[in-house]
Write a protein that binds this ligand. Structure first.
Ligand code: ADP
Ligand code: MG
Length: 360
């Protein structure tokens, strides 16, 4: 296991990059703490695989260094980095049995045969393949082959890090939850440094201690699921995480008061930056009112999603969403909305602005 340091790292696939737009991975400095489980979350094409492949050595960065426990491995080949990587699609030896596929990384390192047999059985149980160990991989479904790939990634206990690149894509939906649980159990047992790439927020939030959110080649926030929910550092985090995502309102701000749709709104904290800004409020922090206080809003539709109701509203021509908890009645004559001040975040050019007095 190792701490992984990214030092001034950036990557362009072009031979002569000219400006930020040419970089698939914009400049990045970050430490992945030893033994922590991270999710790398972002939509397709934002640079997740590029970053993961640089860490594993499949790709050499056009700028910067990568260190494992302080040792520069920027130019070291994958084999010298002592890591396990599992990809989106299965990588198995078709002519080998499931058992031999799982044993391969251990035999390769000259492990003791008794240990190998015991470890292979343990991993087979984790991926639910105990009864197919003697079968050849050829002829198995893509789903079963991917489980073998996962097993092969998890079989070695002595790796510096385990890297997963959207490993559950071809896995049957009901098995996804099961395998994710197994990965978490493995993390608790061995404390590997793990990086798990996904575009699925539920997968990221349930797997990881810390979530690294990427957008357009840039890491926009690293935080716990709670931090990403309460204090999105970038409007993309607010929009991408949450269901529905954060609402954004154009506003002008003067001190602790914002003007949204010609209505004054108390922010609960003072802001030094004034002028044209945006206010982010998650649907969970918006209340409906029928006593004339707040911002004028018309209910467009109410969706019952079981745990709560999603209320779709129109505010000054803009579509927004509010969440009404189970048991909360939605007044038929509700025509205004108010915000819970603790759920308000302020943004300038998409980046969060800290209120006066907030601890850094
Ligand atoms: P993600 O894994 O988040 O979907 P990628 O890291 O695969 O994103 O891709 C990031 C960007 O780099 C995308 O715009 C993609 O088209 C581009 N890209 C990825 N691989 C290559 C490559 N081998 N050559 C050129 N461009 C690439
Ligand atoms: Mg990818």
């Amino acid at each position: 296991m190792a701490k992984i340091t990214l030092d001034n790292l950036a990557h362009s696939y072009l031979p002569n990059p000219n400006g930020e737009a040419d970089y698939a991975l914009k400049e990045l400095n970050h430490d992945w703490a030893d033994g922590e489980a991270y999710a790398l979350l972002g939509s397709s094409g934002c640079g997740k695989s590029t970053l993961l492949n640089i860490i594993s050595g499949l790709l050499h960065p056009s700028q910067g260094r990568i260190l494992f426990d302080g040792n520069d491995v920027t130019h070291a080949p994958t084999a010298a980095r002592n890591i396990a990587q599992v990809f989106q699609f299965p990588v198995v030896y078709d002519t080998m049995t499931v058992r031999d596929n799982l044993a391969f990384p251990l035999r390769n390192r000259g492990a003791d045969p008794t240990y190998i047999a015991q470890r292979v059985n343990q991993i087979a149980a984790m991926i639910g393949m105990e009864d197919r160990l003697s079968q050849k991989a050829r002829g198995l479904t893509a789903d079963a082959k991917q489980k073998i790939s996962l097993g092969r990634g998890m079989v070695r206990e002595d790796v510096n890090a385990l890297l997963f690149d959207e490993p559950l894509t071809v896995i049957d939906p009901h098995m996804k939850w099961e395998l994710r649980t197994q990965l978490k159990a493995l993390h608790h047992e061995f404390g590997h440094t793990m990086i798990y790439v996904t575009h699925d927020q539920t997968e990221a939030l349930t797997f990881a201690d810390k979530v690294v959110v990427m957008y357009d080649g840039r890491v926009v926030q690293i935080g716990t699921p709670q931090e990403l929910f309460e204090r999105p550092a970038h409007t993309f985090v607010g929009y991408f995480i949450g269901s529905p995502g954060m609402n954004l309102f154009d506003a002008t701000i003067d001190g602790a008061t914002a003007i949204i749709a010609n209505t004054p709104v108390e922010l609960g904290a003072g802001y030094a930056s004034a002028g044209r800004l945006q206010i982010g409020v998650r649907p969970e922090f918006i209340q409906l009112s029928s006593d004339g206080t707040g911002i004028p809003a018309q209910i467009v539709r109410v969706e019952d999603v079981g745990r709560h109701k999603i209320v779709r509203l129109d505010v000054n021509g803009q579509k927004i969403a509010a969440i009404a908890n189970e048991g909360t009645s939605i007044p038929a004559d509700a025509n205004h909305i108010t915000f819970d001040p603790k759920g308000i975040n302020v943004y300038a050019n998409d980046w969060r602005v800290a209120p006066a007095g907030e601890a850094a």
